[in-house]
Design a protein around this ligand. Structure first.
Ligand code: PLP
Length: 430
């Protein structure tokens, strides 16, 4: 990559949530290997992000690469209308076998946001098919479910700037974000607001959607599993569908295979994405029960109304199969547990730092909540100068490292965060 390319990038290419007139700096990455990103000048950065929860086996994993090469040589893509292929069957079989019992009808799509759109559409079609249409989804404040319209409409109204798209977004209902933290003791009375809301509004609600345990983009908050159990119970009581968005949390990140496992609940509809392909390709899956799929299919519409061009892309399915097979063989649980311990031990002392408001760790997720917002371009530069790739947002510096990271590399990430706190220019003075 030449300087010319960087100029072109600045001038012509949008980046996530970034201004086109005053873009944040971008760093040219020319390759990546294991837990390292390699810059064009040869510098190697330790990856603390897994490319947003996705690259759980690190980059360029030889086995995943090999499986993908083999699939390219057979076919990278073929339409899914009227056609089925081995990678899709293998993947859906794996998902049906490893996800909670009963979630046996699988819809494969392109990305996490689309998986959420599909889940919402399934819920709406389900109620329509029952001759009792319901038009609202119940979601949590501080939730995040993606950037497309349906997903945005169930994400936190303030974070997702609902007012920017007023009159175009469907209106939904929001419950206050859970306040009881993951590790706290559940108190009598914590359930009151949830229960009251359900009893008042249930007749209009088609489904509840939640990120189980971890509210990611909305603040990296870890809430008490009892909220999930309670939601499951209320959904049963009032016959509301329960959609679990495990796009970030699925495949072991929180220390359980699914975050729902912390509460022993099974959702009616489950959304998976991000780490599904080990971060190699974009792919998502929405799983549901047979009775829901059958209700939808036995309606006047006769089918579920969705079918993306790249549905069940064989190359993406092959990557997912390789990733899932590694997770089967390679005891992910022990890796995540080790990372969890190192994160806990390494980050805990930072709580006494005046810049730090809170430290929390769950599975292979470590969060340092700061008392003020970070100066993103400055702190990013500082991290790169110090050999690590960490991308904070707002007042949150967090780590979601690849499961294969070494203890030494993880310690370097933690040390970099510790040192970054002593550089005043890394933060926006309030
Ligand atoms: C990332 C994410 C999404 C959206 O997935 P995309 O692949 O970015 O569309 C949805 N829900 C949650 C919980 C996520 O973390």
């Amino acid at each position: 990559m030449k300087n010319d390319d960087l100029d072109f990038d600045k001038k012509h290419i949008w980046h996530p949530y970034t201004s086109m007139t005053h873009p944040l700096p971008t760093y040219p990455v020319v390759s990546a290997h294991g837990y390292e990103l390699i810059l064009r000048d040869g510098r190697r950065l330790i990856d603390g992000m897994s490319s947003w929860w996705a690259a759980i086996h690190g980059y360029n994993h030889p086995i995943i690469n090999q499986v993908m090469h083999a699939q390219i040589n057979r076919m990278s893509h073929v339409m899914f209308g009227g056609i089925v292929h081995p990678p899709a069957v293998e993947l859906c079989r794996r998902l049906v076998n490893t996800m909670p019992t009963g979630l046996e009808c699988v819809f494969l799509a392109d990305s996490g946001s689309v998986a959420v759109e599909i889940a919402i559409k399934m819920a709406l079609q389900y109620w329509q098919a029952r001759g009792n249409p319901r038009y609202e989804i119940l979601a949590l404040r501080k939730g995040y479910h993606g950037d497309t319209y349906g997903a945005m409409a169930v994400s936190d109204p303030e974070n997702s700037m609902h007012n920017m798209y007023q009159n175009y977004l469907p209106s939904n209902r929001f419950l206050n974000s859970p306040t009881r933290r993951f590790e706290e003791n559940w108190q009598k009375g914590d359930e009151t607001s949830f229960s009251q809301f359900f009893s008042q509004h249930h007749k209009k609600i088609a489904a509840v959607i939640m990120e189980p345990i971890v509210q990611g983009v909305g603040g990296m908050r870890f809430y008490h599993p009892e909220y999930l159990r309670l939601t499951r119970m209320l959904c049963n009581q009032y016959e509301i569908l329960f959609i679990a968005d495990e796009i970030a949390t699925g495949f072991g990140r929180t220390g359980k295979w699914l975050a729902c496992n912390y509460a022993d609940v099974t959702p009616d509809i489950l959304c998976l994405g991000k780490a599904l392909t080990g971060g190699m390709m974009t792919l998502s899956a929405t799983l549901t029960f047979r009775h829901i799929a059958e209700t939808i299919s036995n309606s006047k519409a006769g089918c579920f109304m969705h079918g993306p061009t790249f549905m069940a892309n064989p190359l993406a399915c092959a990557a997912a199969n390789a990733s899932l097979s590694l997770l089967e063989n390679d005891s992910w649980y022990q890796h995540v547990e080790k990372i969890s311990t190192y994160l806990s031990v390494g980050l805990a002392p930072l709580i006494s730092h005046p810049k730090v408001r809170d430290i929390r760790v769950l599975g292979a997720i470590g969060v340092v909540e700061i008392v003020q917002e970070v100066n993103i371009s400055q702190i990013q530069h500082w991290f790169v100068e110090n050999g690590v790739w960490i991308r904070p947002f707002k007042n949150l510096i967090y780590l979601t490292p690849p499961y294969i990271i070494s203890k030494e590399a993880l310690m370097k990430l933690i040390n970099a965060i510790a040192m970054s706190l002593d550089q005043p220019e890394n933060f926006i003075s309030s």
